[in-house]
Design a protein around this ligand. Sequence first.
Ligand code: PLP
Length: 378
Amino acid sequence: MIYLDNNATTRIAPEVTSAMLPFLNDAYGNPSSAHEFGRGVRKTIDEARENVAKLVGAASPDEIVFTSCGTESDNWALVGAFESKPGKNHAVTTTVEHEAVSRLFDARGADVTRVAVDHDGLLDIDELRRSLRPETAVVSVMMANNETGVIFPVAEIAKIVKENSDALVHVDGVNAVGKIAVDLKNTAIDLFSLSAHKFHGPKGVGALYIRDGVRLPSMLIGGGQESSRRAGTEAVHQIAGIGRAAALVGDLAPMENVRRLRERLETEILQKIPYSRLNGTSDTSRRLPNTSNISFENLNGESILARLSDLGVCVSTGSACHAGSRSASSVLTAMNVPFSFIMGSIRFSLGRYNTDAEIDFVLEHLPRIVADLRSLAG
Ligand code: PLP
Protein backbone atom coordinates (compact mmCIF):
# COMPACT_ATOMS: atom_id res chain seq x y z
CA MET A 1 0.00 0.00 0.00
CA ILE A 2 1.13 3.54 -0.75
CA TYR A 3 -0.48 5.91 1.71
CA LEU A 4 -0.88 9.46 0.41
CA ASP A 5 -3.86 10.45 2.56
CA ASN A 6 -2.13 11.88 5.62
CA ASN A 7 -4.49 14.85 5.93
CA ALA A 8 -7.31 12.36 6.58
CA THR A 9 -5.38 10.46 9.20
CA THR A 10 -1.86 9.19 9.81
CA ARG A 11 -0.26 5.92 10.72
CA ILE A 12 0.23 5.53 14.47
CA ALA A 13 4.00 5.67 14.96
CA PRO A 14 5.36 2.43 16.48
CA GLU A 15 6.91 4.50 19.31
CA VAL A 16 3.43 5.83 20.06
CA THR A 17 1.86 2.37 20.21
CA SER A 18 4.59 1.27 22.63
CA ALA A 19 3.94 4.27 24.85
CA MET A 20 0.20 3.47 24.95
CA LEU A 21 0.34 -0.26 25.61
CA PRO A 22 1.20 -0.23 29.34
CA PHE A 23 -2.05 1.67 29.99
CA LEU A 24 -4.04 -1.00 28.18
CA ASN A 25 -2.37 -3.69 30.26
CA ASP A 26 -1.04 -3.34 33.78
CA ALA A 27 -1.05 0.40 34.37
CA TYR A 28 -4.81 0.76 34.68
CA GLY A 29 -4.86 2.99 37.76
CA ASN A 30 -7.08 6.06 37.91
CA PRO A 31 -4.88 9.15 37.67
CA SER A 32 -7.06 10.85 40.31
CA SER A 33 -6.36 8.12 42.88
CA ALA A 34 -4.18 9.13 45.80
CA HIS A 35 -2.22 5.85 45.96
CA GLU A 36 1.13 5.28 44.34
CA PHE A 37 -0.42 3.22 41.51
CA GLY A 38 -2.64 6.14 40.50
CA ARG A 39 0.11 8.69 40.97
CA GLY A 40 2.34 6.83 38.51
CA VAL A 41 -0.38 7.13 35.89
CA ARG A 42 -0.82 10.83 36.69
CA LYS A 43 2.87 11.37 35.89
CA THR A 44 2.28 10.16 32.31
CA ILE A 45 -0.55 12.67 31.87
CA ASP A 46 1.66 15.47 33.19
CA GLU A 47 4.44 14.53 30.79
CA ALA A 48 2.03 14.35 27.87
CA ARG A 49 0.73 17.81 28.71
CA GLU A 50 4.28 19.15 28.75
CA ASN A 51 5.04 17.57 25.38
CA VAL A 52 1.89 18.98 23.77
CA ALA A 53 2.56 22.41 25.29
CA LYS A 54 6.06 22.34 23.82
CA LEU A 55 4.80 21.23 20.41
CA VAL A 56 2.50 24.25 20.07
CA GLY A 57 4.78 26.70 21.90
CA ALA A 58 2.40 27.28 24.83
CA ALA A 59 3.80 29.41 27.66
CA SER A 60 2.75 26.77 30.22
CA PRO A 61 1.46 23.15 30.22
CA ASP A 62 -1.53 24.45 32.21
CA GLU A 63 -2.80 25.98 28.97
CA ILE A 64 -3.38 22.50 27.47
CA VAL A 65 -6.62 20.56 28.13
CA PHE A 66 -7.09 17.07 26.67
CA THR A 67 -10.27 16.37 24.69
CA SER A 68 -11.62 13.47 22.65
CA CYS A 69 -10.78 14.86 19.18
CA GLY A 70 -10.27 17.95 17.06
CA THR A 71 -14.01 18.31 16.59
CA GLU A 72 -14.59 18.48 20.34
CA SER A 73 -11.82 21.06 20.70
CA ASP A 74 -13.35 23.22 17.94
CA ASN A 75 -16.90 22.88 19.30
CA TRP A 76 -15.87 23.65 22.86
CA ALA A 77 -13.73 26.64 21.86
CA LEU A 78 -16.59 28.23 19.93
CA VAL A 79 -19.46 27.44 22.31
CA GLY A 80 -17.25 28.55 25.19
CA ALA A 81 -16.29 31.76 23.39
CA PHE A 82 -19.94 32.75 22.91
CA GLU A 83 -20.79 31.87 26.50
CA SER A 84 -17.90 33.90 27.82
CA LYS A 85 -19.12 36.95 25.90
CA PRO A 86 -22.79 37.22 26.94
CA GLY A 87 -24.99 39.26 24.61
CA LYS A 88 -22.61 38.89 21.65
CA ASN A 89 -23.72 36.54 18.87
CA HIS A 90 -21.54 37.61 15.95
CA ALA A 91 -18.60 35.58 14.66
CA VAL A 92 -16.08 36.04 11.89
CA THR A 93 -14.71 33.01 10.07
CA THR A 94 -13.76 31.99 6.52
CA THR A 95 -15.58 30.26 3.67
CA VAL A 96 -13.21 27.26 3.79
CA GLU A 97 -13.34 26.04 7.40
CA HIS A 98 -13.77 22.40 8.37
CA GLU A 99 -17.33 21.36 9.29
CA ALA A 100 -16.30 21.11 12.96
CA VAL A 101 -16.24 24.92 12.85
CA SER A 102 -18.66 25.89 10.09
CA ARG A 103 -21.49 23.59 11.15
CA LEU A 104 -21.13 24.54 14.80
CA PHE A 105 -21.85 28.15 13.84
CA ASP A 106 -24.87 26.99 11.79
CA ALA A 107 -26.17 24.84 14.65
CA ARG A 108 -25.92 27.72 17.09
CA GLY A 109 -27.75 30.09 14.77
CA ALA A 110 -24.88 32.54 15.15
CA ASP A 111 -24.69 35.68 13.06
CA VAL A 112 -21.63 34.76 11.00
CA THR A 113 -19.50 36.73 8.56
CA ARG A 114 -17.59 34.30 6.34
CA VAL A 115 -14.60 36.03 4.80
CA ALA A 116 -13.95 34.90 1.23
CA VAL A 117 -10.77 33.43 -0.23
CA ASP A 118 -9.39 34.20 -3.68
CA HIS A 119 -8.62 31.81 -6.59
CA ASP A 120 -5.47 30.68 -4.81
CA GLY A 121 -7.30 29.96 -1.57
CA LEU A 122 -5.73 32.97 0.17
CA LEU A 123 -7.63 35.15 2.59
CA ASP A 124 -8.36 38.86 2.19
CA ILE A 125 -7.11 40.15 5.57
CA ASP A 126 -8.54 43.65 5.00
CA GLU A 127 -11.97 42.14 4.52
CA LEU A 128 -11.50 40.24 7.77
CA ARG A 129 -10.61 43.48 9.55
CA ARG A 130 -13.67 45.22 8.13
CA SER A 131 -15.90 42.35 9.31
CA LEU A 132 -15.15 42.94 12.99
CA ARG A 133 -17.97 44.53 14.98
CA PRO A 134 -18.47 45.57 18.61
CA GLU A 135 -20.71 42.50 19.03
CA THR A 136 -18.15 40.03 17.59
CA ALA A 137 -17.61 37.32 20.20
CA VAL A 138 -15.10 35.18 18.34
CA VAL A 139 -12.96 35.02 15.21
CA SER A 140 -12.21 31.47 14.05
CA VAL A 141 -9.66 30.86 11.29
CA MET A 142 -7.89 27.63 10.42
CA MET A 143 -4.11 27.52 10.35
CA ALA A 144 -3.88 25.25 7.32
CA ASN A 145 -6.61 24.05 5.01
CA ASN A 146 -7.11 20.28 5.06
CA GLU A 147 -7.99 20.07 1.34
CA THR A 148 -5.50 22.44 -0.29
CA GLY A 149 -2.85 22.86 2.41
CA VAL A 150 -3.08 26.66 2.07
CA ILE A 151 -1.73 28.32 5.22
CA PHE A 152 -3.43 31.36 6.74
CA PRO A 153 -1.28 33.94 8.58
CA VAL A 154 -2.97 33.28 11.92
CA ALA A 155 -0.50 35.24 14.06
CA GLU A 156 -1.03 38.35 11.92
CA ILE A 157 -4.80 37.82 11.96
CA ALA A 158 -4.85 37.48 15.77
CA LYS A 159 -2.91 40.75 16.08
CA ILE A 160 -5.35 42.56 13.81
CA VAL A 161 -8.35 41.18 15.71
CA LYS A 162 -6.92 42.30 19.06
CA GLU A 163 -6.11 45.78 17.74
CA ASN A 164 -9.65 46.25 16.44
CA SER A 165 -11.96 44.36 18.82
CA ASP A 166 -12.19 42.43 22.06
CA ALA A 167 -13.22 39.19 20.34
CA LEU A 168 -11.56 35.90 21.25
CA VAL A 169 -9.38 34.36 18.55
CA HIS A 170 -9.72 30.64 17.86
CA VAL A 171 -7.46 28.79 15.46
CA ASP A 172 -8.24 25.30 14.13
CA GLY A 173 -4.71 23.94 13.93
CA VAL A 174 -5.78 20.33 13.38
CA ASN A 175 -4.15 19.92 9.97
CA ALA A 176 -1.14 22.13 10.66
CA VAL A 177 0.33 20.59 13.81
CA GLY A 178 3.27 18.28 13.11
CA LYS A 179 3.69 19.69 9.61
CA ILE A 180 4.72 23.30 10.27
CA ALA A 181 6.01 25.16 13.32
CA VAL A 182 3.50 26.50 15.84
CA ASP A 183 4.58 29.00 18.50
CA LEU A 184 1.50 30.22 20.34
CA LYS A 185 3.22 32.14 23.13
CA ASN A 186 4.42 34.71 20.59
CA THR A 187 0.93 35.31 19.23
CA ALA A 188 -2.35 36.76 20.47
CA ILE A 189 -4.24 33.52 19.72
CA ASP A 190 -6.56 32.62 22.63
CA LEU A 191 -7.73 29.13 21.65
CA PHE A 192 -6.08 26.51 19.42
CA SER A 193 -7.39 23.03 18.49
CA LEU A 194 -5.34 19.97 17.66
CA SER A 195 -5.93 16.26 17.14
CA ALA A 196 -3.48 13.38 17.68
CA HIS A 197 -4.48 11.21 14.75
CA LYS A 198 -3.28 13.85 12.31
CA PHE A 199 0.28 13.62 13.66
CA HIS A 200 0.94 9.91 14.14
CA GLY A 201 -0.99 9.60 17.38
CA PRO A 202 -4.17 7.60 18.04
CA LYS A 203 -7.70 8.54 17.02
CA GLY A 204 -10.04 9.74 19.75
CA VAL A 205 -7.78 12.19 21.53
CA GLY A 206 -7.11 15.86 20.94
CA ALA A 207 -6.33 18.97 22.90
CA LEU A 208 -7.48 22.53 23.25
CA TYR A 209 -4.97 25.25 24.06
CA ILE A 210 -6.61 27.86 26.28
CA ARG A 211 -4.41 30.91 26.81
CA ASP A 212 -3.76 31.70 30.46
CA GLY A 213 -6.42 34.18 31.59
CA VAL A 214 -9.10 33.06 29.10
CA ARG A 215 -11.97 31.50 31.00
CA LEU A 216 -14.09 29.00 29.09
CA PRO A 217 -17.08 27.27 30.69
CA SER A 218 -16.56 23.49 30.86
CA MET A 219 -18.53 21.52 28.25
CA LEU A 220 -18.73 18.40 30.40
CA ILE A 221 -20.10 18.71 33.90
CA GLY A 222 -18.93 16.21 36.50
CA GLY A 223 -15.70 15.53 38.34
CA GLY A 224 -12.85 17.97 38.67
CA GLN A 225 -10.53 16.45 36.07
CA GLU A 226 -8.33 18.61 33.87
CA SER A 227 -8.37 21.37 36.51
CA SER A 228 -12.20 21.33 36.39
CA ARG A 229 -12.13 22.33 32.73
CA ARG A 230 -13.16 18.98 31.23
CA ALA A 231 -14.78 16.41 33.47
CA GLY A 232 -14.50 12.65 32.95
CA THR A 233 -11.80 10.16 33.91
CA GLU A 234 -8.87 10.75 31.61
CA ALA A 235 -8.34 8.33 28.68
CA VAL A 236 -4.83 7.65 29.89
CA HIS A 237 -3.73 5.35 27.04
CA GLN A 238 -4.86 7.96 24.52
CA ILE A 239 -3.17 10.78 26.40
CA ALA A 240 0.04 8.75 26.61
CA GLY A 241 -0.27 8.40 22.82
CA ILE A 242 -0.76 12.09 22.06
CA GLY A 243 2.12 12.90 24.40
CA ARG A 244 4.54 10.55 22.66
CA ALA A 245 3.35 11.67 19.22
CA ALA A 246 3.86 15.31 20.20
CA ALA A 247 7.45 14.60 21.23
CA LEU A 248 8.03 12.75 17.96
CA VAL A 249 6.69 15.34 15.51
CA GLY A 250 8.22 18.28 17.37
CA ASP A 251 11.23 17.49 15.20
CA LEU A 252 10.21 19.01 11.87
CA ALA A 253 13.42 17.97 10.06
CA PRO A 254 11.73 14.96 8.35
CA MET A 255 9.21 17.37 6.81
CA GLU A 256 11.97 18.65 4.52
CA ASN A 257 12.09 15.24 2.86
CA VAL A 258 8.30 15.23 2.68
CA ARG A 259 8.47 18.64 1.00
CA ARG A 260 11.00 17.35 -1.53
CA LEU A 261 8.84 14.32 -2.36
CA ARG A 262 5.74 16.51 -2.67
CA GLU A 263 7.61 18.91 -5.01
CA ARG A 264 8.63 16.02 -7.24
CA LEU A 265 5.14 14.58 -7.32
CA GLU A 266 3.43 17.90 -7.97
CA THR A 267 5.87 19.24 -10.56
CA GLU A 268 5.93 16.04 -12.57
CA ILE A 269 2.16 15.54 -12.53
CA LEU A 270 1.59 19.09 -13.73
CA GLN A 271 4.27 18.66 -16.42
CA LYS A 272 3.37 15.18 -17.60
CA ILE A 273 -0.41 15.24 -17.51
CA PRO A 274 -2.15 17.64 -19.89
CA TYR A 275 -5.09 19.69 -18.61
CA SER A 276 -4.11 19.30 -14.98
CA ARG A 277 -4.22 22.20 -12.58
CA LEU A 278 -2.99 22.95 -9.05
CA ASN A 279 -5.68 24.05 -6.58
CA GLY A 280 -4.20 26.38 -3.97
CA THR A 281 -1.41 28.91 -4.20
CA SER A 282 1.75 27.96 -6.10
CA ASP A 283 3.71 29.95 -3.48
CA THR A 284 4.91 26.93 -1.57
CA SER A 285 5.82 29.02 1.48
CA ARG A 286 2.07 29.52 1.93
CA ARG A 287 1.14 25.87 1.61
CA LEU A 288 1.74 22.85 3.86
CA PRO A 289 4.86 20.94 2.79
CA ASN A 290 2.91 17.69 2.37
CA THR A 291 -0.20 18.63 0.37
CA SER A 292 -0.97 18.90 -3.36
CA ASN A 293 -4.53 19.29 -4.55
CA ILE A 294 -4.62 18.76 -8.32
CA SER A 295 -7.58 18.73 -10.70
CA PHE A 296 -7.79 16.87 -13.99
CA GLU A 297 -10.07 18.60 -16.47
CA ASN A 298 -13.35 16.94 -17.42
CA LEU A 299 -12.69 13.92 -15.24
CA ASN A 300 -14.29 12.66 -12.10
CA GLY A 301 -11.94 12.47 -9.13
CA GLU A 302 -13.78 9.38 -7.89
CA SER A 303 -12.78 7.40 -11.00
CA ILE A 304 -9.12 8.34 -10.58
CA LEU A 305 -9.29 7.50 -6.87
CA ALA A 306 -10.79 4.07 -7.66
CA ARG A 307 -8.06 3.26 -10.22
CA LEU A 308 -5.33 4.34 -7.81
CA SER A 309 -6.97 2.38 -5.03
CA ASP A 310 -6.90 -0.76 -7.25
CA LEU A 311 -3.13 -0.30 -7.37
CA GLY A 312 -2.93 0.11 -3.59
CA VAL A 313 -2.50 3.88 -3.65
CA CYS A 314 -4.62 5.84 -1.12
CA VAL A 315 -5.63 9.42 -1.95
CA SER A 316 -8.72 11.58 -1.42
CA THR A 317 -11.12 13.59 -3.51
CA GLY A 318 -12.65 16.80 -2.27
CA SER A 319 -16.17 15.92 -3.33
CA ALA A 320 -18.77 14.78 -0.85
CA CYS A 321 -21.43 12.15 -1.40
CA HIS A 322 -24.97 13.17 -0.46
CA ALA A 323 -27.77 10.69 -1.04
CA GLY A 324 -25.85 8.92 -3.80
CA SER A 325 -24.99 11.99 -5.81
CA ARG A 326 -21.70 13.82 -5.69
CA SER A 327 -21.35 17.48 -4.95
CA ALA A 328 -18.30 19.63 -5.46
CA SER A 329 -15.97 20.36 -2.56
CA SER A 330 -17.11 23.43 -0.67
CA VAL A 331 -13.47 24.56 -0.40
CA LEU A 332 -12.86 24.39 -4.17
CA THR A 333 -16.25 26.03 -4.75
CA ALA A 334 -15.26 28.89 -2.43
CA MET A 335 -12.05 29.27 -4.48
CA ASN A 336 -14.06 29.48 -7.73
CA VAL A 337 -12.23 26.55 -9.30
CA PRO A 338 -13.49 26.42 -12.92
CA PHE A 339 -16.49 24.17 -13.53
CA SER A 340 -14.64 21.75 -15.84
CA PHE A 341 -12.01 21.10 -13.13
CA ILE A 342 -14.02 21.10 -9.92
CA MET A 343 -15.17 17.46 -9.90
CA GLY A 344 -11.79 16.15 -11.03
CA SER A 345 -9.74 16.97 -7.96
CA ILE A 346 -7.40 14.64 -6.11
CA ARG A 347 -5.72 15.49 -2.83
CA PHE A 348 -2.30 13.94 -2.35
CA SER A 349 -1.20 14.34 1.27
CA LEU A 350 2.20 12.87 2.02
CA GLY A 351 3.74 11.90 5.32
CA ARG A 352 6.97 11.07 7.07
CA TYR A 353 6.91 7.43 6.01
CA ASN A 354 6.70 8.01 2.23
CA THR A 355 9.65 7.13 -0.01
CA ASP A 356 10.98 8.11 -3.43
CA ALA A 357 10.04 4.66 -4.77
CA GLU A 358 6.40 5.29 -3.82
CA ILE A 359 6.38 8.63 -5.62
CA ASP A 360 7.99 6.96 -8.67
CA PHE A 361 5.21 4.39 -8.69
CA VAL A 362 2.48 7.03 -8.70
CA LEU A 363 4.27 9.05 -11.38
CA GLU A 364 4.57 5.92 -13.50
CA HIS A 365 0.88 4.97 -13.31
CA LEU A 366 -1.11 8.18 -12.96
CA PRO A 367 -0.53 9.57 -16.49
CA ARG A 368 -1.81 6.30 -17.97
CA ILE A 369 -4.84 6.22 -15.66
CA VAL A 370 -5.80 9.77 -16.63
CA ALA A 371 -5.25 9.06 -20.35
CA ASP A 372 -7.36 5.87 -20.11
CA LEU A 373 -10.23 7.61 -18.36
CA ARG A 374 -10.12 10.44 -20.89
CA SER A 375 -10.26 8.02 -23.81
CA LEU A 376 -13.21 6.21 -22.19
CA ALA A 377 -14.99 9.54 -21.76
CA GLY A 378 -14.43 10.15 -25.47
N1 PLP B 1 -10.39 20.52 11.65
C1 PLP B 1 -9.69 20.19 10.55
C2 PLP B 1 -9.01 21.27 9.75
C3 PLP B 1 -9.59 18.86 10.15
O1 PLP B 1 -8.90 18.54 9.05
C4 PLP B 1 -10.26 17.86 10.92
C5 PLP B 1 -10.25 16.44 10.51
O2 PLP B 1 -10.32 16.12 9.34
C6 PLP B 1 -10.96 18.26 12.07
C7 PLP B 1 -11.00 19.59 12.41
C8 PLP B 1 -11.64 17.26 12.95
O3 PLP B 1 -10.70 16.52 13.72
P1 PLP B 1 -11.11 15.13 14.40
O4 PLP B 1 -11.15 14.13 13.30
O5 PLP B 1 -10.02 14.82 15.37
O6 PLP B 1 -12.40 15.33 15.07
